[in-house]
Write a protein that binds this ligand. Structure first.
Ligand SMILES: NC(=O)C1=CN([C@@H]2O[C@H](COP(=O)(O)OP(=O)(O)OC[C@H]3O[C@@H](n4cnc5c(N)ncnc54)[C@H](OP(=O)(O)O)[C@@H]3O)[C@@H](O)[C@H]2O)C=CC1
Ligand SMILES: Nc1nc2c(ncn2[C@@H]2O[C@H](COP(=O)(O)O)[C@@H](O)[C@H]2O)c(=O)[nH]1
Ligand SMILES: [K+]
Length: 478
């Protein structure tokens, strides 16, 4: 990447401050762009879901990995639970979504409470492991809440074999105007479900899978306690990437934690952070990090910059840290502050191998929280920062009241934020579609067929606030 007219800006910049200039392109189609990462995580998309309790759970992990990204399970989750999540995610089908299963005698009320957990907005009614119908929200309208689902379900859903060609499934569903198809194995047992869009996506994305074909997943450890034991347990559980994570990554505890993790000879990439300087990046890499997590204060839930004045505008932070990591043959993830597809493209242009997203994915069906509605009927989920009073209270729940009170004084995150679901894009895969189309298109504007070429070829200029504003679409006339 280089700056337009080679004019090195005199001050630090964030995503909104910069733009990319189109260049001659020999790439005929946006589908000719390969978005696979080269950082050893095996992700086929440059997307990592941030280790935040309100965002990164097992549903998020299976859904994102099916499309090629990877989710980091937070350090606050007890290790036996993480091990269960890893087992679960690795046992998921790489094409079909995991359905909600109901027995025929469960009630409409139960169906309605569970269906919002899935973007496909339906549940499969199962008897002895075999599907006997599908129930959607539409089937439950104006029905007694205590009615049994077998009374309202569609008893003859589109049913396909687990080895069916997704393109043919797409066409069959289109012809039948069906919302979901149910996949079964040779014995008629339920394997999963597929929407029309899911069938399309199955032809466009490659799942991030390990050597055994299981979906990939990462997990985080903090820098306190017995880091080596926790890391060893996570590796034993089968994580595909280990993330050593703390607010201020350029500190002795982090360097000691990294040395302890490196001593385990992990056969998976180790990511560590957060830092925002060349010096910090070099220190973490020297201590054993394969990937450095970059970003102090850009996160949507983060109050660090307001509390401390510390941090660095994210575009410049990623640019400087990526340059250092690249010199040393390592990688960076751009962590935090990503709110539009353009931010992902700019982070990759600056040299990140992947982009970490938290809050943007909080307002989706796949995040762990319950779907709530405000007084205007808009759907949202509650999110919170990992350094918020709420997260600190969770994290320290086994400590003495005195220690908890002491740690509770250092609050650098929001404890409760409403993340609204975009009615046009309520699922994380809808957001992934949007991001990938933006990034693929950005690559062709730069004449790049891979992310490495994209980083090499991009020309970045600095814009005024009016320049940024000009790029925003207008919903009504001015
Ligand atoms: N990217 C970002 O901008 C930030 C991210 N976060 C996220 O929040 C989560 C919790 O992180 P964290 O607060 O580090 O909690 P941790 O539980 O990881 O503890 C951090 C340790 O570092 C010590 N420490 C020393 N200086 C600092 C400092 N300036 N800020 C924080 N800890 C410090 C703390 O000791 P003591 O408490 O005694 O001081 C504590 O022992 C992580 O997921 C982290 O990524 C948090 C803040 C900023
Ligand atoms: N200073 C804080 N930073 C936090 C907190 N919780 C998470 N984070 C950081 O934000 C990113 C995600 O950024 P987003 O804009 O996509 O939401 C995450 O990976 C952390 O580095 C917090 O409480 N305080
Ligand atoms: K912020």
């Amino acid at each position: 990447m280089h700056f337009l007219h080679d004019a090195i800006p005199p001050h630090d910049l964030t995503y909104d401050d910069v733009f990319m200039v189109p260049r001659h392109s020999a790439i005929a189609s946006r589908y000719d762009v390969d978005l696979a990462t080269s950082d050893g995580t095996g992700a086929t998309l440059p997307l990592v879901v941030a280790n935040m309790t309100a965002i990164a759970g097992k549903r998020m992990a299976e859904t994102v990995a099916r499309r090629g990204g990877i989710t980091v399970i937070p350090q606050d989750i007890p290790i036996p639970v993480v091990a269960d999540v890893v087992r679960f995610v690795k046992s998921r089908h790489t094409v079909f979504d995991t359905p909600i299963e109901l027995t025929p005698h469960q009630t409409v009320a139960e169906a309605l409470s569970l269906i919002p957990k899935r973007s496909h907005r339906a549940a499969v009614v199962v008897r002895d492991g075999r599907p006997v119908g599908v129930v959607s929200e539409a089937d439950c309208v104006e029905v007694d809440r205590f009615a049994q689902v077998e009374q309202v379900m569609n008893p003859a859903p589109v049913t396909i074999r687990a080895d069916a060609d997704p393109r043919q499934v797409f066409e069959a569903m289109d012809a039948a105007r069906a919302q979901v198809a149910v996949a079964v194995d040779d014995t008629g047992r339920l394997v999963g479900v597929l929407t029309r869009t899911g069938a399309l996506r199955a032809t466009l994305y490659s799942p991030a899978v390990d050597a055994r074909g299981g979906l990939r997943i990462a997990a985080a450890v903090g820098v306190n306690g017995d880091v080596a034991q926790k890391a060893a347990d996570l590796l034993e559980a089968g994580v595909d990437c280990l993330v050593v994570d703390t607010a201020h990554g350029h500190q002795d505890r982090m360097l000691e934690a990294l040395a302890a993790v490196r001593a385990l000879d992990p056969q998976v990439p180790v990511a560590a952070g957060n830092v925002v300087s060349a010096e910090g990046t070099r220190a973490l890499i020297d201590a054993g990090a394969d990937i450095v997590k970059v970003g102090v204060g850009p996160g949507a839930m983060c109050t660090t910059r307001m509390m401390t004045g510390v941090g660095r505008p994210q575009f410049s932070a990623v640019l400087e840290c990526a340059a250092t990591a690249r010199e040393l043959g390592r990688h960076v993830w751009a962590d935090g502050g990503v709110r539009h597809p353009r931010d992902v493209a700019l982070a990759l242009a600056a040299g990140a191998s992947s982009v970490m997203i938290g809050s943007w994915f909080a307002g989706t069906h796949e995040s762990p929280g319950d779907l709530l509605q405000d007084s205007n009927g808009r759907s949202y989920k509650v999110s919170f920062g990992m350094a918020s009073a709420r997260a600190v209270a969770n994290r320290t729940s086994t400590e003495s009241a005195y220690d908890r009170a002491r740690k509770g004084l250092y609050e650098e995150g929001i404890s409760s934020s409403r993340m609204y679901l975009d009615p046009a894009r309520p699922g994380v895969e809808d957001l992934i579609d949007e991001i990938c189309s933006g990034v693929r298109s950005a690559c062709t504007y730069a004449g790049a067929a891979t992310l490495e070429e994209f980083h090499e070829r991009t020309v970045v200029g600095v814009q005024s606030a009016a320049g940024f504003h000009e790029g925003r679409p207008l919903a009504t006339s001015w």
